[in-house]
Design a protein around this ligand. Structure first.
Ligand code: ARG
Length: 469
């Protein structure tokens, strides 16, 4: 891309000396903002059509410019376009190429427009599309979570798959694996909503804000906004060219989604270890070690967890860029794009990988159930038994805590305690009672709305399926 040539700058009127080479390199954004070429040309086509309708350009000038822009677009799509560093950014590359093609009439395209509103409109178009695309991909993964939840409502043995539920990563209470999947489905539903909300709020066209103050030309901003598929034009020209909160909101929705995917990743990494043995990741989505033949590493999940770092960084980066800039446009704002591209690309890939990987992941129902039974996970059920018999819950908690202490000191589970030991703790208790506290019963008992009982989880699954096409 680095070209020795340097033609006269489109802004070169007042300059006598050529731009320093390193400055040119430092200043240029074409290396990354060429990704906005489609949006840039769409914006120019809408602008020039409006200039014609407003009587600012003649029909013939409009036709020449439109045809020229289509030619430039065709070159870009064909990969034959010559991107030039000395032409600084996507906007001036396109405009200069247009001039190379159709001559001086190309210069009329920039009437009543500035690169400030041009870049703002290009970048909004891109970010809006990216937000809607990530919303759609998040929805696909959510549908996968719901399908997995439904699948694990019946295991090989006919019963729903049971998983230990944790708090503090200490076994807490048994839950259904389907309940766990639906928890992620709920997070992803909100993530999708955040992208859609952001897309709606950024659905305003800054085109026609011009440099910062608007323009004396009789332009029609409503017409260009409508032509570009925006709901309306931005209401204030300073805000239109100077604000980047639409990108911040996108990056923030990305960061929250990345945090959710990172938590999921952490669980999958942990549960796939030999020590947990809850699941086996598919060969297609794991890697081996060049020295240790037995290894099967959860690289996809580790990278998904690791990449949350850069996605958070992109948000922090742009917040920091924006915070010290006076209104309206400052060149600092050129730093707004790479983070958005990067978060978009990163999450697009991670969402697709997980949508492919999760259905191919094998869960080991016997291992998860056995783990769910360990760690005194039904102690709360025993306390509830006493409380149902009229014992105040705090007292019941104390009694069961004593039994857990006894069992754990003597290397046993609650159901291993003798009848005498149990009765000594409380006269209402028998060994039969402690033995009846299975993980299945524990799960079935949690009938409260949103709880882990199979009927409640099935309701969550059915509601989610009805909401997903
Ligand atoms: N490449 C610039 C950017 O991305 C375009 C806007 C330039 N405007 C200006 N006044 N120098 O922000």
């Amino acid at each position: 891309m680095i070209q020795p040539k340097q033609d006269k700058k489109l802004w070169g009127g007042r300059f006598a000396e050529a731009t320093d080479g390193l400055v040119e390199l430092f200043n240029a954004s074409v290396g990354f903002d060429q990704r906005l070429a489609e949006q840039d040309i769409r914006g120019s086509l809408a602008h020039v059509a409006m200039l014609g309708q407003a009587g600012i350009l003649t029909a013939e000038e409009v036709a020449q410019i439109q045809e020229g822009l289509q030619g430039v677009l065709a070159d870009i799509r064909a990969g034959t376009f010559e991107w030039r560093l000395d032409r600084e950014d996507v906007h001036m590359n396109v405009e200069a190429a247009l001039r190379d093609r159709i001559g001086p009439v190309a210069g009329k395209l920039h009437t009543a427009r500035s690169r400030n509103d041009q870049v703002a409109v290009d970048f909004r178009l891109f970010t809006k599309e990216a937000a809607l695309d990530l919303a759609a991909k998040t929805r696909v993964l959510r549908a996968v979570m719901v399908a997995e939840a439904e699948k694990h409502l019946t295991s090989a043995g006919g019963e729903a798959v049971i998983l230990p539920g944790y708090t503090h990563l200490q076994v807490a209470q048994p839950i259904l694996l389907s309940h766990w999947f639906m928890a992620y489905a709920a997070m992803l539903e909100r993530d999708e909503g955040r992208f859609r909300d952001a897309a709606e709020r950024m659905d305003e066209s800054p085109l026609g804000s011009s440099a910062l103050a608007g323009t004396p030309w009789p332009i029609d901003r409503h017409a260009t906004a409508a032509a570009l598929g925006f709901a309306r034009p931005t209401a204030n020209s300073l805000d239109g060219v100077g604000s980047r909160d639409f990108a911040l909101e996108f990056l923030s929705a990305c960061a929250i989604l990345a945090a959710h995917l990172s938590r999921l990743s952490e669980e999958l990494i942990l549960y796939s270890t030999f020590e947990f043995g809850f699941l086996t990741l598919p060969d297609s989505h794991t890697t081996g070690s060049s020295i240790m033949p037995q290894k099967k590493n959860p690289d996809v999940s580790e990278l998904a967890r690791g990449k949350a770092g850069r996605v958070f960084g992109n948000l922090m980066g742009l917040l920091t860029v924006v915070k010290g800039t006076p209104l309206a446009y400052n060149k600092d704002l050129q730093e707004d794009k790479e983070g958005v591209f990067d978060s978009y690309d990163t999450l697009s890939t991670v969402l697709r990988l997980y949508a492919d990987m999760l259905p191919k992941t094998a869960w080991h129902a016997a291992a998860t159930k056995a783990a769910a039974a360990r760690g005194f996970s039904t102690a709360t059920d025993l306390a509830d038994f006493l409380a149902r018999a009229g014992v105040p819950f705090r007292e019941a908690h104390e009694v069961v805590g004593g039994l857990v202490g006894l069992a754990s000191r003597t290397g046993r589970q609650l159901w291993d305690l003798t009848d005498e030991e149990v009765r000594a703790a409380h006269p209402l208790l028998t060994a039969e009672v402690t033995r009846s506290l299975t993980v299945e019963e524990s799960v079935k008992a949690r009938q409260s709305y949103g709880g882990t009982a199979p009927e409640r989880v099935r309701e969550q699954v059915e509601a989610a399926k009805a909401a997903l096409p």
